[in-house]
Write a protein that binds this ligand. Structure first.
Ligand code: GLN
Length: 496
C-alpha cells in the first residue's frame, strides 16, 4: 500500500472516486509512513485517531455518491491555525497546552470540503524564522541531504514541518502561512510547490497573528495543480476577517494546461544580487528559456526599491508582532509562571520571560523600539513609506508584464546551526520573497532543478493582485519544462 503516499492530490482524488482504494486506506498509508518518520519531527501534535475517524466519514460520503471536493485527502495543518479541541501552539512554549474552542476559517474550509487532518505541523516560533530552528519543539528536519553527506539540513521556515511532511510523502499537501516568505522558501528548500496568495484571498481569522498586514495562508503541495485544487478550498470571503476580499473564488484548476503564448514575463534586474549562487543564476536563465520556448515574451523590468525591502520588512513585521504578542500575558490562556507572592506585573514578566524564545524576544524588542515615541517617525513611518514605493514599483512593472520570474531563494537548504548565530544572514534568505508580502501580491515557488550537491532549487513567479490564475497557468508550464521528478532518498526509516 506504500505507493498510495506517492500519489498527487489530484490522482488520489480520482482514485478515491474510482474506488481503487478507500479514504481509510489512503489515510492509513500516510499514518504508517509518518510513524516511521519520527526523525523528521514534522508534527507538534499528531492526530491519527481523528484522521481515521474523518477518513471513515469521507468513505461514507464517497460510497453514497455525495463526495466533497477534497474528500479523504490527508493533509497537514501548520500549527499556527487554530483547530477546535486540538492543541495549537505556534511552536511556542507560551501556548503549550492551548486547545482552541474554535477552528480557523481556512482549516474549517478544508474540513468542510472533506480533507483529513493528520496533525499540526512544526514551525518557527510564532512563524518568526527561515529555518524552523526557532521552534520550541525542536527543528523539523529536511528529508533532503547533500549527496554523500549526512549533515542534517533545515526544511526552511517558518512552515518547515509542512514542507518536510509533503516532501517526505507523509501527506498529500499541507497548509502554510507566509509573512515574508514562509511558504515559498521552505517549498524551495524541499522541492515542493508553495503558493502565497494575494493578501485578502484567504481569511486570516483563527490564524495566530504574527504581522497582520503581511500574513497570508496558502497551500504547499507536490504539484501546481494540487496547489490550485487546495487553494480553491482554502480561499473564501469571511465576515470575520475585514481584510478578506468579497469576490468569488475562481476555478483555479481550470488554468492548468492553458497556453501562455503572448504572455509577457518580467525579469527584474535588481534580483541579480551579490552573493547569489551561480547555480541559482543558471536555473533562473533556464527558467527564462523555458518560458520563451513556450511562447511567452520576456521583458526586462526594474523594481528599483528592492534593496530597501528587507530593512522595511524587519521594521514593519516586528512592529506588528510586538503589538500582536502583547496578548500573551499568562492571564487568559497558555503558560502562566507565578507564585502566590507575585503581583500582576511580575506574573506578566515571568510568563513572558519564560514563555518566549530568543528570536521572539528579539522581535518584540525591535518592534517596541521602532514604535516608541521618539523613533516612530524615523523607523516605522519611514518603513511604511518604503512599503508604498515597493508596491508602486510592482504596479509600474505590471503595466508592462503579466507575471515576474525570479529565483525563490539565494541559496539551497543549509545545515542546522549554520546560520542560527547570525540573524542577518538568516534574514537574507527572504531577499526575494519579502517584497511580495510588502506589496500584498501573490507568489508561487515551483521546484525547478537540483544543485550540484543534489539539493532542490525553486523558481518564483509573482503575479498581479488577485491574479493567482496566471501563476497557476505559467507555473504549470515551468513545472512541465523542468520535469522535476527527483525525490529525497528515504534515510529516516521504513520502506520508501
Ligand atoms: N523569515 C521571515 C521572518 O522571519 C518570514 C517568516 C514568515 O513568512 N512567517 O520574519
Amino acid at each position: 500500500m506504500s505507493n498510495l503516499t506517492e500519489l498527487s492530490m489530484v490522482d488520489a482524488r480520482d482514485g478515491l472516486r474510482a474506488k481503487d482504494f478507500s479514504a481509510v486506506e489512503l489515510t492509513r498509508a500516510h499514518l504508517e509512513a509518518i510513524e516511521q518518520a519520527g526523525a523528521l519531527n514534522c508534527f507538534v501534535t499528531y492526530t491519527p485517531e481523528l484522521a481515521l475517524a474523518r477518513a471513515a466519514e469521507s468513505d461514507a460520503r464517497l460510497s453514497s455518491g455525495t463526495a466533497l471536493p477534497l474528500d479523504g485527502l490527508p493533509v497537514g495543518i501548520k500549527d499556527l491555525f487554530c483547530t477546535e479541541g486540538v492543541q495549537t501552539t505556534a511552536s511556542s512554549h507560551i501556548l503549550e497546552g492551548f486547545a482552541p474552542t474554535y477552528e480557523s476559517t481556512v482549516s474549517q474550509n478544508l474540513r468542510n470540503d472533506g480533507a483529513v487532518m493528520l496533525g499540526k505541523t512544526n514551525l518557527d516560533e510564532f512563524a518568526m524564522g527561515s529555518s524552523n530552528e526557532t521552534s520550541y519543539f525542536g527543528c523539523s528536519i529536511n528529508p533532503w541531504r547533500r549527496q554523500g553527506d549526512d549533515t542534517q539540513l533545515v526544511p526552511g521556515g517558518s512552515s518547515g514541518g509542512s514542507s518536510a511532511l509533503v516532501a517526505a510523502r507523509l501527506a498529500l499537501g499541507a497548509t502554510g502561512t507566509d509573512t515574508g516568505g514562509s511558504i515559498r522558501q521552505p517549498a524551495a528548500f524541499t522541492g515542493i510547490v508553495g503558493l502565497k496568495p494575494t493578501y485578502g484571498r484567504c481569511s486570516r481569522w483563527g490564524i495566530v497573528a504574527f504581522a497582520s498586514s503581511l500574513d497570508q495562508a496558502g497551500p504547499m503541495t507536490r504539484t501546481v495543480q494540487d496547489a490550485a485544487m487546495m487553494l480553491t478550498s482554502m480561499a473564501s470571503h469571511d465576515e470575520k476577517d475585514s481584510t478578506s476580499i468579497d469576490a468569488p473564488v475562481p476555478d483555479y484548476e481550470a488554468e492548468i494546461g492553458k497556453d501562455i503564448r503572448g504572455l509577457k514575463i518580467g525579469i527584474p534586474k535588481e534580483y541579480r544580487v551579490d552573493g547569489m549562487e551561480p547555480e541559482i543564476e543558471k536555473l533562473w536563465s533556464q527558467g527564462i528559456d523555458w518560458l520563451r520556448d513556450a511562447g511567452a515574451e520576456i521583458v526586462d523590468i526594474t523594481l528599483p526599491n528592492t534593496k530597501y525591502a528587507l530593512p522595511a520588512y524587519y521594521i514593519i513585521a516586528p512592529a506588528e508582532a510586538s503589538s500582536n504578542l502583547a496578548r500573551y500575558d499568562g492571564v487568559k490562556y497558555g503558560l502562566r509562571v507565578a507564585d502566590s507572592s507575585d503581583d500582576i506585573v511580575s506574573l506578566y514578566e515571568k510568563t513572558r520571560a519564560e514563555g518566549f524564545g530568543a528570536e521572539v524576544k528579539r522581535r518584540v524588542l525591535i518592534g517596541t523600539y521602532v514604535l516608541s515615541a521618539g523613533y516612530y517617525d524615523a523607523y516605522y513611518i519611514k518603513a511604511q513609506k518604503v512599503r508604498s514605493l515597493i508596491a508602486q514599483d510592482f504596479s509600474n512593472a505590471f503595466e508592462k508584464v503579466d507575471a515576474i520570474l525570479t529565483p525563490t531563494t539565494p541559496s539551497p537548504a543549509f545545515g542546522l546551526g549554520e546560520r542560527s548565530d547570525d540573524p542577518i544572514s538568516m534574514y537574507l534568505n527572504d531577499v526575494f520573497t519579502v517584497t511580495v508580502n510588502l506589496a500584498g501580491l501573490p507568489g508561487i515557488s515551483i521546484p525547478a532543478g537540483l544543485d550540484g550537491q543534489g539539493l532542490p532549487l525553486g523558481l518564483q513567479l509573482i503575479g498581479r493582485a488577485f491574479d493567482e490564475q496566471t501563476l497557476f497557468k505559467v507555473g504549470h508550464v515551468v513545472e512541465q519544462a523542468a520535469g522535476f521528478d527527483a525525490k529525497p532518498e528515504n534515510w529516516w526509516g521504513g520502506a520508501s
